[in-house]
Design a protein around this ligand. Structure first.
Ligand code: AP5
Ligand code: MG
Length: 238
């Protein structure tokens, strides 16, 4: 049977060598949701600094003990701890075709680390940055409604992306959990940290070029298509 236009499009997208991608955006903008879509599309890993810290907390490691209280308050973990953790993660052999840095860098010090360490990127590919833009009220709704699966990591939202059976993962059937920092009070603190420390990172990459911005208020599918198109354009493969 002949291929449809959308099948051809999907094949072309998969052929793209994505290289290292920075996914930027405020808390709840959809970085994790989009990273999982891109991971499935391109077969490259998602490296979420928030998820790595939560895994350390869960595992009772020394790093986990150091960061738990900071995260519970909605503040940023120190640049040194974050940079060391990312450096360690990037030693793994699964990053050959590229990777998605989700939630990193989020200070200018971290951005300087990225610019210094990843200047040549994977092979010869430099990093590209995509910022997901979402308004404050929508972010609040997304954060307070978020639930996730501890087994497969699928992210839901009780208002916007509900599971088929209330409270349970569609794929695993296990109970969904709410993140400890997903309260309105901690969200407000995270937003203050974002405005003070992370918004300048967005401007840093905007000024450097190899930067794109997408409207994160569209449906998950539409946002994914916009990110894919942006990466293809930034890679000169469109
Ligand atoms: P982290 O885990 O990175 O949290 P965050 O940046 O606040 O971002 P979130 O994970 O809350 O949101 P998201 O953008 O991934 O959105 P999601 O896809 O889940 O960091 C947590 C903490 O760790 C920080 O506060 C800090 O303490 C520490 N930390 C981490 N990295 C650090 C760093 N680099 N430096 C220093 N400290 C660091 O989606 C949200 C909700 O919206 C979900 O319910 C989802 O279903 C829904 N949704 C998503 N997209 C859509 C859509 N298009 N339409 C409708 N609903 C949608
Ligand atoms: Mg996330």
């Amino acid at each position: 049977m002949p291929e449809t236009i959308s099948q051809t499009g999907a094949r072309e997208e998969r052929k793209l060598v994505p290289g290292p991608i920075l996914l930027l955006g405020a808390p709840g903008s959809g970085k994790g949701t989009q990273a999982k879509e891109l991971m499935a599309l391109w077969g490259i890993p998602q490296i979420s600094t928030g998820d790595l810290f939560r895994a350390n907390i869960e595992g009772g490691t020394e790093l986990g003990r150091k960061v738990q209280a900071v995260m519970d308050r909605g503040e940023l973990v120190s640049d040194e701890l974050v940079n060391d953790m990312v450096e360690d993660r990037l030693k793994r052999p699964d990053i050959g075709a590229g990777y998605i840095l989700d939630g990193f860098p989020r200070t200018l010090v971290q951005a300087a680390w990225v610019d210094g360490h990843l200047a040549s990127g994977t092979g010869t590919l430099p990093v590209v940055a995509v910022n997901i833009k979402v308004s404050y009220n929508q972010l609040l709704r997304r954060i307070t409604g978020r639930r996730s699966c501890t087994v497969c990591g699928t992210i839901y939202n009780i208002y916007l992306q509900p599971p088929k059976v209330d409270g349970f993962c569609d794929l695993e059937g296990t109970p969904l959990v709410r993140r400890r920092d997903d309260t309105e009070e901690v969200f407000e603190k995270r937003m203050r940290e974002y405005d003070a420390l992370t918004a300048p990172v967005v401007e840093h990459y905007r000024a450097q070029g190899r930067f794109a911005e997408v409207d994160g208020e569209e449906t998950v599918e539409v946002v994914t298509a916009a990110v894919v198109q942006a990466v293809a354009r930034l890679r000169g493969q469109e």
